[in-house]
Design a protein. Structure first.
Lengths: 167, 167
């Protein structure tokens, strides 16, 4: 049992942005490159993080994305609960289970999922970045090659089209 | 975040077998048919449940599969922990994350997963079958069509080949 890659990439994005020097902006392209993740996928991640208020996104030349809250204020349990599509533990419809109307498994799994989220709510972004000083060289943070020609990464036609679903 | 279909089907199988009248055996074919699940997939599920001691499987004519423990003794948290391939919460290698050596997210997720399992350990198979009397008509338990010509479902060449990996 694992968090989805969507949630995983959202946490990686927050870690990356929180690792940047103050006031340094990044872009979807850069985060995608750092983690070797599809840019289309990352556009959706960043779109949702922006919508939820975790990141700022400034369009246009000189724009970019940046962390919008102090790492101490970003609760990991809450981020996971917001980013996961499903916190019901099981899909009784794939394939459809005829016991669904009377089975208590789903209710039990909901209790288990709540226990998971409650445990994760004990952590902030700062807590999972206690080794922050080791992150910068691993993330190539001081080598922003090509950043001057990048925008937020939410602007090209393909990305805007994809991102519309998130607004 | 959800349990895998492998774990889901294993719980469905235990529910089905525990719903049968005492001493009535079933087969992999029948469980597959009841839940509309691929028989090859179900052979693997049943193979692992047998290995873990949750079900009996008797080969040959007149054989079949049956529940091996009282529902009150089958702990749902333990079944989930045993059936899930991964209880680490995140795959730092897909795609490979360069922060893995120093990031604390994985450790935090392990704590969350332990909280999930601990919550699920409060449930037995009997607890999720409190409406057991409603199950039989939904599972067609009294219509064992073709059961007389069925074995455990672990015997044909294809299934034996698949099941070798589970022993």
């Amino acid at each position: 049992m694992r968090i989805t890659t969507f949630t995983d990439f959202s946490l990686r994005t927050l870690i990356y942005l929180a690792s940047l020097p103050p006031d340094q902006m990044s872009s979807v392209q850069q985060v995608s490159r750092v983690y070797n993740v599809s840019q289309n996928h990352m556009v959706k991640v960043v779109g949702k993080l922006k919508k939820l208020g975790y990141i700022h996104a400034q369009r246009g030349k000189g724009g970019g994305i940046s962390i919008a809250q102090a790492p101490e204020d970003i609760n990991i349990g809450r981020v996971i609960a917001q980013m996961e599509n499903h916190m019901d533990g099981v899909d009784c419809n794939a394939p459809a289970c005829q016991l669904a109307p009377c089975c208590e498994l789903r209710k039990a799994l909901m209790v288990g999922m709540q226990a998971f989220i409650a445990a994760m709510e004990n952590y902030t972004l700062a807590d999972i970045m206690t080794n922050k000083e080791q992150f910068s060289p691993l993330l190539f943070i001081n080598q922003p090659e090509g950043l001057d020609q990048e925008m937020t990464g939410l602007e090209d036609n393909q990305n805007v089209a994809t991102n519309k679903n998130l607004d």
